[in-house]
Design a protein around this ligand. Sequence first.
Ligand SMILES: [Zn+2]
Length: 274
Amino acid sequence: MFRKRSGSILCYACGKLNRADAPACFYCGRRNPGLWGLAPGLGRWMGRLDFAGLVTVVAVAAYVASLLLDPGSLLSARSPFDFLAPSGLALEHLGMTGAEPWRQGRWWTVLTAIYLHGSLLHLVFNLLWIRQMASDVEEVFGHARFIVIFTVSGALGFVLSNFVGVPYTLGASGAVFGLFGAMVYYGRQRGGFFGQAVLKQYGTWALVIFVLGFLPGFHVNNWGHGGGFAGGFLAALVLGGGRSEHGTHRVLAALCLGLTAAAFALALWTAFAA
Ligand SMILES: [Zn+2]
């Protein structure tokens, strides 16, 4: 049912009509224009996917799992920022990233750590921002590019902070800054009254939260924030804004989702089975 093997399909790369069983697109020459019959189903599924909802479910599930893995840590909070904070060991098992995990070869943590949070406040703060921005980002970039921008910017923020030597880090803040960066790119590119308004709103949010990160006591990974912003801006630059979402975006988005799922499988395997 999900696969369409007969009749006609639209090439995922150029959007033109081909036979479903054509080995290469008649127009642009791309091989497998219907992605083994999966392209139409992928498009329908992704068009309906509530990615902000998926991020919420995964992040909340990972947070609950991190608390349950080491329940003793629940009682040791010293400040509101530590309230219901999972232990470092539990977070390491689930795929927290940083220069230390990198030294041990755990490259997949740049993906898993996006969904892990060190306290209830940290989790709620990031999820509120993602849900606040999701409709704007989907309006401007579509469902597939939202997934790509979120994943690429979250991972790039961690790559940068791991590279400069932040020992341990986690959270969706880098990806949140990636959404800021993508919207700032869009506002600049679109221009006019609407573009200016987008640029002003998202630029202000990004600047205010970035500056807040330097306040003493917050222990914020500012490299992750800056790297995430740059990653989102670059991803938007490469993918482009506007309504013309095509199959290549969906393939990239499916790749991001698949890699993230594989990263969690690797983290769990390394922690509990290897
Ligand atoms: Zn084509």
